[in-house]
Design a protein around this ligand. Structure first.
Ligand SMILES: *[C@@H]1O[C@H](CO)[C@@H](O)[C@H](O)[C@H]1NC(C)=O
Ligand SMILES: *[C@@H]1O[C@H](CO)[C@@H](O)[C@H](O)[C@H]1NC(C)=O
Ligand SMILES: *[C@@H]1O[C@H](CO)[C@@H](O)[C@H](O)[C@H]1NC(C)=O
Length: 442
């Protein structure tokens, strides 16, 4: 077994090195793959990988041991091939959760005994129902130096049971995420497959230095709210070389909800998303709509989207407050999307009626360049807020073709510039006096 772990680790290390050795830009160095001095197997703690035995207690015991032994260089927890049924468990600092090829960590369908936790302060309540929320299947709070990796093992949320409760309106609290890290740093998630999350798949919230690469995220296109990755009030997050196909936004950058997000005041910044491929009935790459703590300094590049609702989607609302600024999308390919680009100031619901109607979000300096799409029903719409128009919106070399034609661009309450955009964009974006910011961008 140890031999297999070593081979697996070598393979993982090799993958990382290939990325770094090539000419490709990558953030593999931001949170590097680490060698752990100590290796434990989940079977050392009595786990049984038969798909029927509940292994929550073995996972908790293993983590407890790792946490309290505090081995120098950290500990790798090896999950061998097999189906390891479990309830929710917490990770600890300085550890690697390593899923072998053929290993499946599978969530229990026992929703009744699923642990609850407090709502996030920046949301004020559970995202879908008032009150608390269920803890994610794999959870981390206040930890650092944590790696989840392996040989394309699977983490399966068995979300069907939760999606049905949502459809039947029988949920008691907000559904659990598959992976959630809160107040954590130096997190690496790579070479794993995540599937059938009850709710969002990966949710780093109040985190910094998070790298997610070589992951596959899958959920049926009709599964409710199965967002791929939601960086939330977090900084220095990098998502690259991944495939996501789910029932909701592939990536949605957030920072809290209305008056709670404004009060908590924790922005998302320094977010990089590159070389991502995927398909969603909702948005490809989204910002918002919960962006009340602010979102800035975002770079999204080399994205390929197919069979998707809205390719590039920036969404906010009155009451959100905050800002969305210095955002760049570059080199995006789309095939068969309903709308290529949407920037809108009227999206999303409110946590309660205590939101401030004068909390108007600012949307400024959004550059969208080198976009190519075919089978696009509508190229785009940019609909700002009357009392606070969106400014410095730059479209450069954006070609979105219909079959054979599509409907025109629609704009209100926006200013900016457009160069090399086909079909011809709306008049609001042809103001050349301020196009300096647009041509300078290249
Ligand atoms: C897991 O962490 C949460 C805090 O995020 C805590 O409330 C809970 O008690 C922890 N569970 C265990 C089993 O340690
Ligand atoms: C804008 O965001 C980019 C990341 O996309 C960052 O490199 C740059 O420093 C930011 N610019 C400002 C003025 O903060
Ligand atoms: C993006 O894709 C182009 C064409 O495939 C490639 O030349 C470029 O290096 C890529 N850039 C990044 C940052 O991956």
């Amino acid at each position: 077994m140890v031999f297999r772990v070593l081979v697996g680790l070598a393979a993982a290390a090799l993958l990382v090195q290939c990325g770094a050795a090539g000419t490709e830009v990558t953030c593999s160095g931001a949170v590097p793959m680490r060698w752990r001095r100590e290796v434990l197997s989940i079977t050392d703690f009595g786990a049984v990988g038969d798909g029927r035995t509940l292994n929550t207690w073995p996972f908790m015991k293993a983590i407890y041991v790792i946490q309290h032994r505090r081995r120098r260089g950290g500990t790798l927890l090896y999950v061998p091939p097999g189906v390891w049924l479990t309830g929710s468990f917490n990770l600890t600092s300085h550890m690697t959760l390593y899923l072998a090829r053929g290993a499946v960590i599978k969530a229990t369908k026992d929703t009744w005994n699923w642990p609850l936790m407090d709502p996030l302060p920046s949301y004020g309540r559970g995202r879908e129902l008032p009150g608390g929320r269920y803890t994610s299947l794999i959870h981390g709070n206040g930890i650092r130096d944590v790696i989840i990796t392996g040989e394309k093992g699977i983490i399966d949320g068995q979300g069907g049971v939760w999606w049905n409760m949502w459809r039947q309106r029988s949920l008691r609290f907000t559904r659990p995420n598959l992976l959630e890290f809160m107040h954590s740093s130096d997190i690496l998630i790579s070479n794993v497959i995540l599937q059938n999350s009850p709710f969002w798949n990966i949710h780093p919230v109040y985190c910094s230095n998070v790298v997610i690469r070589y992951v596959t995220v899958l959920a049926p296109s009709d599964s409710p709210n199965t967002d791929g990755i939601d960086p939330d009030s977090s900084s220095n997050v990098c998502i690259e070389d991944s495939y996501i196909s789910t029932g909701d936004d592939l990536v949605a950058i957030k920072s809290g909800w209305d008056e709670y997000g404004i009060a908590y005041g924790h922005p998302s910044s320094g977010i990089t998303i590159r070389r991502l491929t995927g398909s969603s009935p909702f948005s490809g790459i989204a910002i918002g709509s919960e962006a009340s703590g602010g979102v800035e300094n975002v770079l999204v590049e080399n994205i390929s989207l197919f069979n998707t609702g809205i390719g590039i989607h920036i969404k906010t609302n009155v009451g959100r407050g905050g800002y969305i600024r210095n955002i760049t999308f570059a080199d995006v390919n789309m095939n068969n999307v309903r709308k290529g680009v949407r920037i809108a100031g009227d999206v999303g619901d409110h946590p309660d009626d205590k939101f401030n109607p004068y909390a108007i979000p600012v949307v400024d300096k959004v550059t969208i360049k080198n976009v190519w799409g075919i089978n696009v029903q509508q190229p785009g719409s940019i609909e700002g807020i009357k009392t606070s128009p969106f400014t410095r919106i730059c479209l450069f070399n954006v070609k979105l073709w219909g079959r054979p034609q599509n409907t025109p661009w629609e704009c209100t309450a926006v200013s900016g510039a457009a160069l090399g955009v086909q079909p011809w964009p709306c008049a609001e974006l042809t103001g050349n006096s301020e196009s300096g910011f647009c041509s300078n961008a290249f």
